[in-house]
Design a protein around this ligand. Structure first.
Ligand SMILES: [Zn+2]
Ligand SMILES: [Zn+2]
Length: 388
């Protein structure tokens, strides 16, 4: 590969973390002058920088390690190769990494590259790709792939497919530089949409959108949103788009201030003293028509069920114990999980047209542990986003 014989010595920054000395030839020097190459070794060896989880552990022990792994390449004719621009940090990654969800089979294998809110630029396409061209931008939700053949897939509920593959639960995740995906499971991102804005739409955004849709929104319907973080702050806005009267609940005054600014008609601090909380709510607003729960605490779900009027609807978009409820009150309890590629297209469209706000805070890829630690300590206002 290198034909010249003049030796040079240089110091290189490898992945912005390690300084190494490299002795090489002149042609190499020419390649090095392109300082846009963030990691020289990765470029030459067709590797990519990735934050890898090899063993579940508390985030304080920095379980994600920077590594150079084989860059994904297109293996099937319908695949596209994305150069990742941003990946959101979802609360579910914290649970997966710390081993809280081992009983749920998450993560199913190790090692993994976590991350399932991915946005990037298409740098290569397979022979049979029709939806995208090189240079387009696209994003991937937690649903990396589904069978396209089962009843769920045929009904447009591919996120329920029994043989689905989840982004970030194998080496195909977002905490890295490249990823491949079958074109049907990627969604176009407009050129003008910033990547740190777009990335959180692919899990937080679609989750919020689908949950609001599940709450059967209509003008002046009184909807309570329990938990105003990365997902909740977007749900407030999607419910607002439907002209619902949103009341936001959170333990954090900061989050409530955000909800108020984004259009909630009222906000209330969530209190563990359930009776007192319900009395205050009833006094101020009466009972809710519907409630959406994003906060992963059983007491919150229980309180949400008690906050809706008879015949009301409760949408649960989180993991927890199944709550008990009075059948004779004719309340409906509905679960919800991300959404389809069609839903995702709608999320992008609505966010673009209605100027939905995404509150995000960016971190370099190498600071993934730090971002997750801040998320754990409630120091992230809404969404942390990693930039490779
Ligand atoms: Zn997520
Ligand atoms: Zn299927």
């Amino acid at each position: 590969m290198f034909t010249h014989t003049i030796e040079i010595n240089m110091s290189l920054r490898v992945c912005n973390t390690t300084i190494i000395n490299i002795s090489h030839r002149e042609k190499l020097k020419n390649q090095l002058t392109n300082l846009k190459i963030s990691c020289f070794i990765c470029e030459i060896m067709e590797k990519m920088r990735a934050m890898i989880l090899s063993e579940c552990a508390k985030i304080e022990t920095n379980p994600l390690k920077l590594a150079h792994i084989d860059r994904h390449e297109i293996k099937r004719s319908k695949e596209i190769l994305l150069k990742i621009e941003a990946c959101g940090v979802c609360h579910s990654q914290l649970h997966g990494i710390e081993g809280d969800w081992k009983e749920l089979g998450i993560p199913p294998t190790l090692p993994t590259v976590p991350g399932h809110e991915v946005v990037g630029k298409i740098v290569q396409i397979g022979d049979e790709v029709t939806k995208f061209k090189v240079g387009d931008r696209a994003g991937i939700t937690p649903l990396l792939e589904a069978c396209k053949d089962c009843q769920y897939c045929k009904e447009g509920k591919e996120y329920l497919c029994e043989s689905s593959i989840i982004t970030g639960e194998s080496l195909k995740g977002g905490y890295t530089e490249y990823i491949t995906v079958i074109e049907d499971f990627a969604t176009k991102v407009p050129e003008n949409m910033k990547s740190e804005y777009a990335a959180p739409l692919f899990c937080a955004g679609i989750t919020a959108f689908k949950a609001v849709k599940a709450s059967e929104p209509k003008p002046n319907k009184k909807i309570g949103i329990f938990g105003i973080g990365g997902v909740g702050h977007m749900a407030v806005q999607f419910a607002k788009v439907e002209n619902c009267d949103v009341i936001a609940f959170s333990r954090s005054q900061n989050h409530l201030d955000v909800a108020k600014r984004l259009g909630a008609i009222d906000v209330m601090v969530f209190s563990e003293n359930q009776q007192e909380f319900l009395d205050t709510l009833k006094e101020k607003h009466g009972m809710l028509d519907a409630a959406i729960v994003f906060a992963p605490a059983d007491i919150v779900t229980d309180t949400a069920i008690k906050s809706v009027k008879k015949g009301g609807l409760v949408v649960i978009a989180t993991v927890g114990k199944n709550p008990t409820f009075m059948a004779f009150e004719e309340k409906t309890i509905r679960g919800t999980l991300i959404g389809s590629t069609k839903d995702m297209e709608q999320v992008i469209k609505i966010c673009d047209e209605k100027n939905i706000e995404v509150i995000s805070q960016t971190f370099p890829l190498e600071k993934a542990n730090e971002a997750l630690k801040k998320l754990k300590d409630s120091e992230i206002e809404a969404r942390a986003v990693l930039i490779p």
